[in-house]
Write a protein that binds this ligand. Sequence first.
Ligand code: PMP
Length: 429
Amino acid sequence: EELLSRIKNVVANGVGVFNTATVKDAKGAIIIDVDGRELIDFAGGIGVVNAGHYPEPVVEAIREQAGKYLHTSFNVVTYEPYIQLCEELAEILPHGEKTKAMLVSTGAEAVENAIKIARQATKKPAILCYTGAYHGRTMMAMTLTSKVSYKYDCGPFAPEVYRLPFPNFYRYHGKRDLDKFVEDELKRLHESALNLVDVDNLAAVIIEPIQGEGGFNPVPQKYLEGLRAFCDEHGIMLIMDEVQSGFCRTGHWASWQHYGVQPDISTYAKSMGSGLPIAAVVGKAEIMDAAASGSIGGTYIGSPICCVAASATIDYMKTINLNEQANKIGEIIANRMKKLMKDCPDIGDVRGIGAMIGIEFVKNGDPRQPNSDVCGEIVKGCAENGLIMLSAGTYKNVLRILSPLVITDDQLDKGLAILENEIKKATRK
Ligand code: PMP
């Protein structure tokens, strides 16, 4: 209570806070707050701690690096941890024959740089993005972000950004099966060349293969394949934003590996650094090399401490086979939620890839009637009972599970039991 009143006094109101707990310690999937309460974490710091809170090998790597040097700026005096991390990224995230990478500090910055690189590679200005998209809060990233409440009074926004409806099958399929829906949405994509933006001016299409903030909406397989073909046909860069879906969340290093559809450029952040601010733009070497010297960079482009944290994270993820663990956890969550769905008509959909599982709440079983009230009540009820949950979606009617993937069976079981109980309570009303 005392800390909360200090927050009110000195922290700007616009800095939203979802949960009233204040952390004292955190380990694995558990956060202990300053009142000594033990909370199960299903939010993972918004998808940042896939490898768990305070993973020992990562903390050790940070300690060791802190004993050597903290900063030179890679633009001034280079250091090996940066080079090593880029080599590791190229190995686990190959983009065609030869892959190159650049590092920054946040997801939004990675997106900004991906756009700059695509524009320099194509010498074209326009960018196509999607409804429901979230790409960050810097000016270009915010322009690409769809949800209006993230951007009230923040404009004017960046020019030459065009938006198509995301192929959200669950919400918009109506009476169409998946094949017909995808056929219609691909037609819309091709028509955009006639009624939205001249493809000859289009530098890139940016898409989250499974939308995060937008409500854990996976793009249909055939749509992504069709989008790849569309980009190839017109010489457009396909950028995939994997900031939330990357680093084992979907059982792969990136969700595009699940689809088997390769981007030209892709972006990573969040769980890549286990909590340290590091992000990457990875892409085909010839495209990455199109950016002129001096046009991408900055003081903190991949701080040494963050680089070693990311390398240790990758190593730890490989050692404990976190991708396999994501599939295991995802199956448990999806099965339990699908079972609950049978007795609970307010749950309209349970969907996702690997451990990126979303639960969508609707009224009267109708995908077009989002039920945000019930979703908000569940998040609140969970918080009161020791489970940290996050919602997502344009209507805040989707529960998203982003628990650390190192969560124990017992913790997962306890967390899901709290969640099931709160869902039953809220939907029975
Ligand atoms: N892209 C996606 C898909 C994201 O989910 C986010 C963060 N939620 C971002 C970009 C922005 O990342 P950051 O908050 O690190 O700037």
